[in-house]
Design a protein around this ligand. Sequence first.
Ligand code: DX5
Ligand code: ZN
Length: 227
Amino acid sequence: MLRSIDGVPAMPLVSASILSADSGALREEAVRLARAGADSIHVDVMDGHFVPSISFGPELVRALHAHLDIPMQVHLMLEKPESFIPSFADGGADTLIFHYECSEDLRHLAGSAEGAGCNAGLAINPETRFGLVRDAISLFDLLLIMGVHPGSGGQAFIDNTLEKVKEARAFVEREKLGTVIAVDGGVKPENSMRIINAGADQLVVGSYLSSAEDAKEAIGRLKGIID
Ligand code: DX5
Ligand code: ZN
């Protein structure tokens, strides 16, 4: 439960996505973002089926793991995610995030991730209503609400995502769940406080951080501690 510690609101977390980084310098970029204060590194995995693009695999996670002292969250935008649980877990993933839209048995997936030593996350696309996953939330450590259509970085935030964040926050509070509410895609300092105030614990940020010369300052802006 990140929302508050003894009644004091907790600092929102920033998970840095390396999707928009220079592909020839992924390790350097992940280390730069970790040193700048990112709370975790977000690795976007795409298979060319669930989303049109292809991106990273378990070998990248393994290669980064040796150089990072912060957790890695792996966002699995692929079909048949269960078959990839062992390889990403062995590579050093801390959290495996599955998409509701391509998952059949959520209880089994969450249990398999936990059995492999990872936290389990559930991601939902912009078109997916919160009500469809409400009953499954308690199985997961993290709910990833997409603020853009999955598949690429640098898209504009879809504003009605905020309503879904509010709905998820109200549900998590009412049921006294520890599920972290994260928002992925289109997050920038211009909208980060609205997303946090709607109830998000964690922001997943790609292109804004990759293009920031001073990543520490950029993270401070996202968290609302630097104007
Ligand atoms: C989109 C990915 C995001 C992406 C976010 O499919 O899931 O994690 O990297 O990038 P920005 O912050 O550029 O929207
Ligand atoms: Zn992502």
